[in-house]
Design a protein around this ligand. Structure first.
Ligand code: 1HN
Length: 367
């Protein structure tokens, strides 16, 4: 038997016994740099809304269909059977709640954040505290907190949900429990914690004993983040992110949700950031504005309402081509990468930090 035949036979013998030769496969496990098949992708809100309204006609909410949500499926991960994955760690979905509806109470070990896109008069109740949702608000549903949604207004309500589905699934850590009744009993006045914490500078003395897990503040109001970003505009922007803030847990000073990072960034008219890349991945929502993001040489043109995926370790820079401020909300897996000491950043040195644009994204080409 030749030496290579002997090797092949040896590998087969190992495989039959559920064993493997590291010398052949180490580079599958340990790559020089992040190596993955998560594609960047962009969706239009109007298209998703059409499907949501159709779902509104045909789907009644109740215990067998608790939420009316259309999720953003990364096409490359669908090929691997990873249902509901925008990236390997993050799930994103767009939820519709109609006037008078209730999305029944449940809890689970996944963390959730919500970003309000349209409508008012709806609330999310988190552990018995109603948090009223207004456009641009970011609301937390920390792991294993009871939550239901209700709608007391007159217009359809639409928001984006962000969950750490892939993170929880990769650790096989998923638990879920429906509440016995449609809604969890109210424990506190409406927006009790929001009103006490949302100045961002003060905390109530009765909470002095809290360790901050989860964040006692569950709702982050649009007018607060907007006004901070307005004040920052007096100074120089961050070269890579423009004027940008992370939503913060007021007790720990860390990320508002301890597993899902949340960021709001403002790009002033004509602003063009420099390219960088980082290990954390993100899902973006264009709250307002027009422009594009270059991701590894591909131009992703966006306007108000769009959603796009930024995969791990891809060069990216943002450009505002409109004549108004652009506001980009995004959520990410950065807090987990930081806990695991896996986060890294690199800035593009060539061409003054600007990528060469090689093509423009269209969903037809990407399919
Ligand atoms: C969930 O509980 C909600 O409470 C939304 O509104 C989306 C996606 C996956 C798993 C649980 C909600 C979800 C979810």
């Amino acid at each position: 038997m030749s030496n290579s035949q002997e090797h092949a036979q040896f590998s087969k013998d190992l495989e039959r016994n559920n064993l493997g030769p590291l010398w052949d496969n180490i580079l599958h496990m340990v790559t020089k740099e992040p190596d993955h098949d998560i594609v960047p992708y962009l969706w239009k809100l109007d298209q998703i809304k059409e499907y949501l309204y159709k779902a509104g006609d045909i789907l009644k909410l109740g215990r067998t269909s608790e939420r009316r949500v259309i999720y953003l499926q990364n096409p490359s991960l669908m090929k691997k059977g990873l249902i509901g994955y925008s990236t390997y760690t993050l799930y994103a979905g767009i939820q519709l709640l109609l006037p008078g509806e209730v999305a029944p109470s449940h809890r689970h070990s996944q963390s959730a954040i919500r970003f309000v896109i349209e409508g008012d008069g709806a609330y999310t109740s988190v552990d018995g505290e109603k948090l009223y949702m207004e456009k641009g608000d970011c609301i937390l549903t920390p792991p294993f907190c009871w939550h239901d949604h209700g709608h007391e207004g007159n217009e359809p309500m639409i928001w984006m949900d962000g969950l750490d589905v892939g993170i929880v699934k990769s650790f096989a850590g998923s638990f879920y429990e429906p509440y016995a009744n449609e809604t969890y009993p109210l424990q506190r006045p409406d927006d009790f914690s929001t009103k006490q914490y949302s100045s961002g500078s003060f905390r109530p003395v009765c909470d002095r004993g809290l360790d901050g897990y989860p964040s006692p503040q569950k709702s982050y109001k649009w007018n607060q983040v907007k006004s901070v970003l307005e004040q920052m505009t007096e100074f120089d922007p961050d070269p890579f992110d423009g004027y940008a803030v992370d939503y913060m847990n007021p007790v720990t000073g860390g990320s508002a949700d301890y597993r899902i990072g949340t960021t709001m960034q403002k790009l002033t008219p004509g602003m063009r950031t420099k390219a960088h890349r980082h290990v954390h991945s993100a899902v973006y929502h264009v709250m307002e504005g027009n422009g594009y993001t270059v991701i590894d040489g591909v131009k992703f043109e966006w306007s108000k309402g769009d959603f796009f995926i930024l995969p791990p370790w891809r060069w990216h820079e943002h450009v505002n081509t409109g004549d108004k401020d652009a506001h980009l909300f995004s959520f990410n897996d950065r807090p987990v990468l930081q806990m695991l000491k896996l986060e890294r950043n690199e800035s593009l040195e060539q061409n003054n930090g600007r990528q060469e644009i090689k093509s423009t994204f269209s969903p037809e080409d990407a399919a």
